[in-house]
Structures are given as C-alpha cells and as structure tokens.
Design a binder for this molecule. Sequence first.
Ligand code: SAH
Length: 245
Amino acid sequence: MNAKVWLIGAGPGDPELLTLKAVRALGEAEVVLIDDLVNPLILEHCPQARVIAVGKRGGCRSTPQAFIQRLMLRYARQGRCVARLKGGDPCIFGRGGEEAAWLQDHGIDVELVNGITAGLAGATQCGIPLTLRGVSRGVTLVTAHTQDDSPLNWQALAQGGTTLVVYMGVSKLDEVRQGLLEGGMSTDTPVAMIENASLPQQREQRTTLASMTEDAASFELCSPAILVIGEVAGHQAAGLIQLTA
Ligand code: SAH
C-alpha cells in the first residue's frame, strides 16, 4: 500500500464547521502537522496523534515550506498516516495544490479534504449572501498579497460585476481601495471587513470603498480578516432589518 498524506481543511475557526471526513481522517492520523490559523480545539479529534505545529503562530516563527514538505514525506515514507491541517480550505490560498503535486511527484498518495474557506464563513456569519439573485451573480476570491508582488488586474475586478472577497488584505487596504477606484468601482460600494470569522472574538465593520482605510484604522482591524466588497455587503443589512421588523 502506498504511503498517504491527507491535506485537510480545518475550516475558518469554529470547530463545528469541520467536515465529517476531516474528523474521520484525523481519527486515523498518527502524525498531524498543524498550520497557522487552525483552531487547536480541533485536535480533540486526534488525541492519538503526534502533533507538530508548523505555522507562524504555531510556535516556530515561520517554518519554511520546503521543510514542512520534507517532514510530511519523511513520516509518510515511514508508513505513518500523516494529516496536514490547514485553515479554511487547503486549496484556497492554502498551498494545497502545490503540496499535493510535490507529494505525488515523490510517490505519495494524497487525499484532499475540503474545509469551509474563511471568506465564505465570514460573509455567512455576518448575514451576507455572497451571491444574491438580481444583485450579485458571482463571487471572486482574491488575495491582496502575492509572492512576487505582481499587481492584480484591478480594472477587471472592479468591473467584473461579482462580489469580491479579499484575503490577506489587512496590510494592503489602501492598495485595494486605490486599485478598485482607479479600476472604475464606485466610491459608495459597500464593504464589510470581518475579523476572526466564526470565532467567539469575531468582529465586523461595515463601510464603503471610499472610507474603508480610515474605518479600518479606527476599528483597529487586525489579521486574520477578509473584506467583502460589493452590493451584497450592504444589501443584507437592509434585508435583515426588513425580516425582523
Ligand atoms: N486556506 C485559508 C486561507 C489562508 S490565507 C482559507 O481557505 O480560509 C490566510 C488569510 O485567510 C488571512 O489573511 C485572512 O484573510 C483569511 N482568514 C483565515 N481565517 C480567517 C478568519 N477566521 N477570519 C477572517 N479571515 C480569515
């Protein structure tokens, strides 16, 4: 039997948002590598496993990616059942794709297990539907932070007509605002900034594209946070008032 690594999405934080499949895989794991932003409460599903923290907030300051990959390979080649737990979904800004390919190139079977991505959970927790008939016919997930600092196609994002969900944007708020304004997005486009989505310490701030940088500063927005940009970020607030009135 080939060695196998599970790449598992741990969801946005709330341990109840874990999938049953993730729970099963964790129950079988002998070694669990736990990434940044994974709620440690999730480890209750793998009391039998050796747990290794490999994220920036997990103990080591920043475990190099190559080291993490070699660690997974070493344990898998020893015949151990390895699970790598990542925040949200492993393939949404989570390096799941590159890790899976690398492991497969080294003869290891990989099973990816979906998790609920932070953008989806954050919006839902705040009552924002990312798509809404007649308002938003799509969603674009985008990272504000790229490896090579290459610019986003702001014009396409501004004019695409979909809800934008921006990950890793806290330190790039001004860039996001500028890019979208220059790309033609309206200054009064609603924006929701959602910090620690699905956790007890979740906070949200509604604003507009024009005011988002100033409002984030007075709100003291901190990472991890997502931005939801588009009509739906304002629409649901009104919808909720109607529903409860
Ligand atoms: N794979 C993850 C994303 C990892 S990138 C996923 O699918 O969710 C890290 C970014 O995700 C953070 O900078 C932040 O933008 C977002 N993020 C992760 N967890 C979050 C949370 N609980 N609340 C808000 N944003 C979160």
